[in-house]
Each structure stands twice: as C-alpha cells, then as structure tokens.
Ligand binder design. Sequence first.
Ligand code: SF4
Length: 109
Amino acid sequence: MDILFQILIVAAILGAIGIVLGVILSLANKYLIVIEDPRINDVEKLLPNYNCGACGTPGCHAFAEGIVNGEVKKLSRCKPGKPDKNYNPILEYLKDHPNNDGSIVDVKI
Ligand code: SF4
C-alpha cells in the first residue's frame, strides 16, 4: 500500500474520532449542564473572600453555597467576617432574595 494512502486513512480515522467526540461533548454541554443558583455568587461576593477555609469549607464559594442551600446555620463560622461588612449585608440580601417557595434562608449571625 502506498504510504500516502496509509497517511490519508489514519488522518480520516482520527478526523472521524474527533468529530464523534466533538458531537458527544456538545451534547453533554447542552443536556448535562448544571445551572447554579445565582444567589451563591452574590453571597460569595459579600464574604471576605480570603478563601482561608477557617469556616470549615474548602473556600468562600463552598461556604456561600452552604448558606444558600441552608446547610450553614451561622454566618459567624466565617472567622474573618465582620457583622457590618459581611454578615448583615448577607442577611439583608437573603431577605430580599427568598427561596423559590417564598421562604427565607434560615441562617443567623
Ligand atoms: S472563613 Fe470566610 S473568608 Fe475564610 S474561606 Fe470561609 S467564608 Fe471565606
């Protein structure tokens, strides 16, 4: 077999594999996407954002996620947080942005 023909076959096989994997990735992106509660990012912005882990989570995003999901019950777990700068603004934000059922996230300072 001619070497050029072999190169063309290999290129065609690799191209076909690339197309199949591209289609699979685009379908996965379309159907497996997880839409995160936008309040998580908003609450994260109100935290000190030191990502120090003193709250017992891997970082501020995980702590914000715990707050919004109702798993975190005390904002003071965030040790660098300040009442006026962090805790109270978070409580006010959550009061203005209730859960889908209308209930307010149960968290205290
Ligand atoms: S203790 Fe506060 S600043 Fe540190 S990671 Fe947790 S939420 Fe972020």
